[in-house]
Design a protein around this ligand. Structure first.
Ligand code: NAD
Length: 348
């Protein structure tokens, strides 16, 4: 393992040595000597040439924006697996790094909002008067959104949530939030995912959301469509309509943002309203982000391994879903489709 790789998450080199790893400071040597490369981010194009043909890699690959990496991996004869392409089936839940990281992000988004909001979250009856609970609006109720609802609820807020997938209604309600019914007919996606909605749909959605955003103290946005730029759900006039001191936390900042005013990687203040575009939120909970991620990757590697060797069996749904390059070719139709998404529509 690369020396210092765990430092930012609070794991020192000695902890890896104690667990039996060889800690190596020479990155180039490490890449050229490895049979299986486990990483978080897609390999850099210039690093792919250092890998031996036949090396197996497991990481996020982001094919929509890393087409050159995918092509380089194929040309180098590397067998690569992309964690974001794992099928979301029960058998693969223990390998689902999108879910483990989204869950951390949803939790932390609420704490970030609570920290900035100049109000209590819970209702309080004190000798000095009654404090009403904070009102939280969660847009996008996937893994991150549901965790945000659960966390805000534990802090005592009153929560409304909305998603284009009606299937999540019951989950939202079971967590103690109310589901916002908008008179809109969403296009259904495949495999439990949302699909990109039409411009007309999104315009109407924004119109209907206007009042609800204005009533909220905190808006947490998590709406995403895999591989695509995030839909804009909260416009500048909607932010203007919020009370001073209110907070928007945009967990879609990395893929362009659900709020028109979001500046990825920055927290800004617009007319007294905070718009938090912090990116890579799971890395602000580094210890558990690392623990969960390493468990996801280990589970996938164990699934692929038989007698100490990685066997690529395309009859297996997990392998065929997540394997992107093998035997000198791009072997994944979904990855190919994502590579063809026009860059202006792709998630940055
Ligand atoms: P995601 O991060 O891609 O999207 C987040 C949410 O944004 C989704 O719920 C999506 O419907 C919503 N969204 C998209 N466009 C929207 C719009 N215009 N307005 C409002 N909301 C919008 O999704 P995710 O959280 O990674 O997962 C999505 C779903 O996948 C899960 O909720 C679940 O159904 C399924 N899933 C299944 C498993 C499993 O069975 N193993 C594991 C994880 C997730």
């Amino acid at each position: 393992m690369l020396s210092g790789a765990g430092a930012a998450a609070g794991f020192c080199d000695d902890a890896y040595r104690d667990a039996g790893a060889v800690v190596e400071p020479d990155r180039k040597y490490l890449l050229s000597a490895t049979d299986v490369l486990l990483a978080v981010q897609p390999p850099r194009v210039e690093d792919v040439g250092l890998l031996k043909p036949g090396t197996v890699t497991i990481s996020f690959l982001q094919p929509a924006t890393h087409a050159a990496t995918v092509e380089a991996l194929a040309a180098r004869g590397v067998t690569s697996f992309s964690l974001e392409l794992l099928p979301r089936i029960s058998r693969a839940q223990g390998m689902d790094a999108l879910s483990s990281q989204a869950s951390l992000a949803g939790y932390k988004a609420v704490l970030m909002a609570a920290n900035r909001l100049g109000k209590f979250f819970p209702m309080l009856m004190t000798a000095a008067g009654t404090i009403p609970p904070a009102r939280v609006l969660v847009l996008g109720a996937g893994v991150a959104g549901l965790q945000a609802i659960a966390t805000a609820r534990r802090l005592g807020a009153v929560i409304e949530a909305y998603d284009v997938r009606p299937a999540v209604k019951e989950e939202v309600r079971s967590l103690g939030a109310s589901f916002l019914e908008l008179e809109l007919e969403a296009q259904e996606g495949q495999g439990g995912y949302a699909r990109e909605q039409s411009g007309e749909f999104l315009a109407r959605q924004r119109e209907l959301l206007m009042g609800r955003v204005g009533a909220a103290d905190v808006v947490i946005t998590t709406a995403a469509v895999p591989g695509r730029r995030a839909p804009v759900l909260v416009t500048a006039p909607m932010v203007k309509g919020m009370r001073r001191g209110s907070v928007v936390v945009d967990l879609a900042a990395e893929t362009g943002g659900n709020c028109e005013l979001t500046q990825p990687g920055r927290v800004i203040e617009v007319d007294g309203v905070w718009v938090d575009g912090t990116t890579n939120v799971p890395s602000t909970v580094p210890l558990h982000a690392s623990q969960l991620y390493s468990r996801n990757v280990t589970n996938l590697l164990e699934h692929l391994t038989n007698d100490g060797t990685v066997r690529v069996d395309f009859e297996d749904e997990i392998t065929s879903g997540a394997c992107v390059t093998h035997g000198g070719e791009i072997v994944n139709d979904r990855a190919r489709q994502l590579m063809e998404v026009p860059q202006e529509a792709a998630a940055p």
